[in-house]
Design a protein around this ligand. Structure first.
Ligand code: GUN
Ligand code: ZN
Length: 426
């Protein structure tokens, strides 16, 4: 089935830092879709004749690639906005108790469904997701993603040094990881990530086994946290005195590879940045979480100096919003706190094609190019009276920036998955 959408199209396929011509904009564009895949894209005036016989629907707003959340925890949905602590105490007081409930598959099913619907409501069509230590928490998420045809990457959390009621063993972690990879490989648009929670939650033996699992399965990612909070960094330095820095604690176990996605990276040494670049590993930048937990501001200047691979993540429930627009706006503010300027097109790239490349799905989604899957969001720069007023005479860059600074779920008019409307604002 071929069909088409007419509207204002905007995408940023490459990092504008490296490719100044990366912004692609059609003020009056046509997006032609066959079986969920983009088969043509261009100015309406150029394509209209060639596709004169197919049905065309006009979209009300700015069409951008579906957002890709490069780091988010679905079991923390119900604990978003939990008061009072920095990372390690926040985990103990608010998060670990909530994650224990995911031993119950029925509970996991309910939260996974709400979580994915919330992503769609926010224009997010793909994500790299932390579940819990429980095998069934992954099944719940993947089953719900399959129903919604979303591109989701996840994997059972490994944490043999976790608190009582929330720990696995090296053997059970491996067996469940292998069973999940066997069960889910090649289904729908799903992908697997070997997911040690962070250096402090796994024994050396489990970290080494995670490295072995990664080496044994060349089609899976590795997903963990890195250098987020000063107290966490101090605890890692005490636990791994022989490691050069936090990244090195992972590196010794084979966890620093081109398929590795590290959330945060707020406190990175120059050596760690060089090693990240050399290895091809990347960072999911999570500004709302970093502000909420008092972790700090991501150093874009340092990351750019080392040409690090970057994407953008909400990190809900430490993150305070599912909106990648709002998160992009906070990335701007985090950059400015260190006297760096994040332009709105680069922020859009981070939230779409940047995250896609980080997750190794950049050939499939993130830029609405011909051959890619037709996941996109329709944004409304006049979603609120204030936004309407601020954007009424604004050029494209100003409208995009206003969407990021003032916008959130209210500014997402519709979300499309594989060319079909998956959510529409009432
Ligand atoms: N480090 C280890 N676990 C977590 C988590 O659940 N959230 C965040 N933000 N950091 C972590
Ligand atoms: Zn996280």
């Amino acid at each position: 089935m071929i069909h088409a959408y007419r509207g204002e199209l905007l995408s940023v396929a490459q990092d504008p830092r490296d490719a100044p011509g990366a912004v692609r904009h059609e003020a009056d564009g046509l997006l032609v879709i066959e079986d969920g895949v983009v088969i043509a894209r261009g100015a309406y005036a150029d394509l209209a004749k060639r596709y004169a016989d197919i049905p065309v629907e006009t979209l009300p707003g700015l069409v951008v690639p579906g957002f890709i959340d490069a780091h988010v925890h679905y079991p923390q949905t119900d604990r978003i906005a939990s008061h009072g602590e920095q990372l390690l105490d926040w985990l103990d007081r608010h998060i670990f108790p909530a994650e224990k409930a995911f031993v119950d598959k029925a509970h996991a099913d309910v939260v996974a469904a709400f979580f994915l619907d919330e992503l769609l409501r926010n224009g997010t069509t793909s994500a790299l997701v932390f579940p819990t230590v429980h095998e069934q928490s992954v099944d719940a998420l993947f089953e719900a993603a399959l129903e919604r045809r979303m591109r989701i990457v996840s994997g059972k959390v490994l944490m043999d040094m976790g608190p009582e009621g929330l720990k696995d063993t090296v053997a059970s972690g491996r067996a469940e990881t292998e069973a999940l990879i066997r069960r889910w490989r090649g289904r729908g648009r799903l992908g697997y990530a070997v997911t040690p929670r962070f250096a402090l939650a796994s024994s050396d033996t489990q970290l080494a086994d995670a490295g072995a699992l990664l080496a044994e399965h060349p089609d899976v990612l590795m997903h963990t946290h890195l250098a987020e909070n000063v107290h966490e960094c101090a605890a890692v330095a005490a636990r791994f005195p022989e490691a050069a820095d936090y990244l090195d604690a992972y590196d010794r176990f084979g966890l620093v590879t081109p398929r590795s996605v590290f959330a945060h990276g707020i406190h990175l040494s120059e050596r760690a940045c060089s090693r990240l670049h050399e290895s091809g590993a990347g960072i999911a930048v999570c500004p709302s979480s970093n502000l909420f937990l008092g972790s700090g501001f991501f150093n874009f200047g340092q990351a750019d100096k080392h040409k690090l691979r970057l994407g953008l993540g909400t990190d809900v429930g430490a993150g305070t919003s599912f909106s990648m627009l709002y998160t992009a706006g906070l990335a701007y503010q985090a950059a400015l706190a260190r006297e760096e300027r994040l332009d709105p097109f680069r922020a859009l790239w981070l939230a779409t094609a940047g995250s896609a490349a980080l997750l190794h799905i950049g050939d499939k989604v993130g830029a609405l190019e011909v051959g890619q899957e037709a996941d996109f969001a329709v944004l409304d720069p006049a979603a609120t009276p204030l936004m309407a007023r601020r954007t009424r005479e604004a050029d494209l860059a100003e409208r995009l920036f206003a969407l990021q600074i003032l916008g959130d779920d209210r500014a997402v008019a519709r979300t499309y998955v594989l060319g079909q409307c998956a959510w529409q604002r009432p």
